[in-house]
Write a protein that binds this ligand. Structure first.
Ligand code: NAD
Length: 488
């Protein structure tokens, strides 16, 4: 789409936003629930479209995208009023004043989304942004334009406000044009380099700097302690690394397992990984990688790791006769400073590294430029919590993987090179609203004591007020009184 066309979408969305805002909290809640119900009725059609456009298994599309999307819409619809309605706040020492904070929508939000969970990520962005009262111009990935268009069709059908959610199809240049087209807020879900470019464009936009939320890639670590349920951890590692063909931002990218149990864990992982059925039938467990470029990246990361001493225990090759299909791959003895560990591989590769103890595992997990999420495996919940708190990532799962994107009340976002800001949860709704403070008189005086010429312009009154409010314990009143009697 050309920049002029994108600008027209933004202008129209601005008009639609006013109709949306005029509906009030109740009207918007009803509308978001209608959207959710509309999705449920059309679930088969939507899942089929996702399957055809991405190649992912039908069941994954139904559960991992459609069901979770409905959950996020339901949560945002239910919570929006409580989260962004005006609230009273303290005025501190200004006792004659009353203060409140209102939350107002930004206006038009640009949501730039990737292909790996095309429907879910579109809907999770819409859930928070619409619940906060915004209109949205969506820029879906160039690899999944049909799911992008379907998203806007569903909104129109269920809510009935034309242009409330518009769709700007195209590649990165369309995304950049959208950022510069006068939008009020940008959410980008994508790679780290894209995040940098979007930030630069948002800074230079004619109405800029435009605020951005960056949801970028991850290099998620899984820590397996010696007291973990090894069979369960192994099954989860296989699911977390190979679900969606390893193309999940919060997928398991590296495992650190304590030496004492590493052998049993690795054997169990290989046994479970052998059972992953790969293919292009709707009921397969693992589908294809998104592009030849992605296949080449996976091969390059594996090649370098092998040259540096890593051993491939399973897989490691393309599947003959099926373009872009890659075998589920398990690798051990991978040095920490290889691209396989330090970068996001985004393919069906599970590197396992042995560590001497938990401290070493925490150190290596944190030794990354990325910080999206992580998981900890131990049967001692209190110990697992302590490890979780030491990990510098946005969220941590204990004895599970991947599911943090599917829990609607938990904010999802990264640290370091994985971005900043959040989607989901109450914080995710507030991410799309700006606070607007209002301070008004409780009691009116012709002149306030802190204005020029007022009581507090005299040092002794100012000192007395300070002591009265912030002095220590019961001495506050007598201290204030004493300071009043001082001349200055
Ligand atoms: P990508 O960065 O190539 O593209 C993402 C979107 O940004 C696409 O719509 C693309 O057209 C657009 N884009 C690209 N360059 C742009 C530019 N200069 N200006 C504006 N828009 C631009 O990512 P991808 O390959 O589609 O998706 C995979 C990446 O997304 C992985 O790194 C993955 O980890 C990440 N991801 C992150 C999350 C999260 O919530 N943190 C979720 C899913 C995927």
């Amino acid at each position: 789409m050309k920049p002029d066309e994108v600008r027209v979408l933004v202008e129209r969305a601005r008009g639609a936003q006013q109709l949306w805002w005029a509906l009030g909290f109740r009207g918007r809640r009803r509308a978001l629930h209608s959207l959710r119900h509309c999705i449920v009725w059309k679930a088969d059609e939507i899942a089929d479209l996702i399957h055809r456009e991405t190649g992912k298994p039908l069941a994954d599309a139904m559960v991992g995208e459609v069901l979770v999307a409905c959950d996020h819409l339901g949560y945002a619809a239910r919570r929006a009023r409580a989260v962004v309605r005006p609230r009273k706040v303290s005025t501190g020492w200004l006792l004659t004043r009353r203060a409140l904070v209102e939350y107002e929508p930004y206006g038009v939000v640009a949501a730039i989304t990737p292909w790996n969970y095309p429907f879910l990520i579109n809907m999770s962005a819409l859930a928070s942004a619409l619940a906060a009262g915004n209109a949205v111009v969506l820029k879906p990935s160039e690899a999944t334009p049909l799911v992008g268009r379907k998203t806007t069709e569903l909104v129109l059908e269920a809510i009935g406000i034309e242009d409330l959610v518009a769709c700007a199809t195209g590649d990165g240049s369309t995304g950049e044009a959208l950022v510069r087209a006068g939008v009020d807020k940008v959410l980008v879900v994508g790679g780290r380099e894209t995040g940098r470019r979007v930030m630069a464009a948002a800074a230079e936009a004619p109405n800029g700097p435009v605020p951005v939320t960056l949801e970028l890639g991850g290099g998620d670590a899984m820590i397996v302690c010696a007291d973990a349920d090894i069979q369960s951890a192994a099954r989860a590692a296989v699911w977390g690394a190979f679900y969606n063909c390893g193309q999940s931002c919060q997928g398991v990218e590296r495992v650190y397992v304590e030496e004492g149990v590493s052998r049993a864990f690795i054997e169990a992982v290989v046994a479970h990984a052998r059972r992953v059925r790969t293919g292009d039938e709707p009921e397969s467990m693992m589908g294809p990688l998104v592009s030849d470029v992605q296949v080449e990246k996976v091969e390059a990361h594996l090649r370098e790791a092998r040259e540096r001493g890593a051993r491939i225990l399973l897989g490691g090759r393309r599947i003959a006769g099926l373009p872009r299909f890659f075998e589920p791959t398990v690798v051990v003895d991978v040095p920490q400073d290889t691209a396989l560990i330090r970068e996001e591989t985004f393919g069906p590769v599970l590197p396992i590294l042995k560590v001497r103890n938990v401290d070493e595992a925490i150190g290596l997990a944190n030794d990354s430029e990325l910080g999206l999420s992580a998981s900890v495996w131990s049967q001692d919940q209190a110990k697992a919590r302590r490890i979780a708190s030491a990990l510098r990532v946005g969220s941590v799962m204990i004895n599970d993987v991947l599911i943090n994107y599917a829990v609607p009340g938990v904010p999802f976002g990264g640290r370091k090179g994985s971005g900043f800001g959040v989607v989901h949860g109450d914080d995710g709704i507030r991410e799309f609203a700006r606070p607007h403070g209002i301070i008004e008189p409780r009691v009116r005086f012709a002149a306030e004591p802190y204005w020029f010429g007022g009581l507090f312009a005299q040092t002794r009154w100012a000192r007395a007020a300070l002591r009265l409010r912030h002095g220590r314990g019961v001495r506050r009143v007598s201290d204030a009184w004493r300071s009043l009697r001082r001349r200055n």
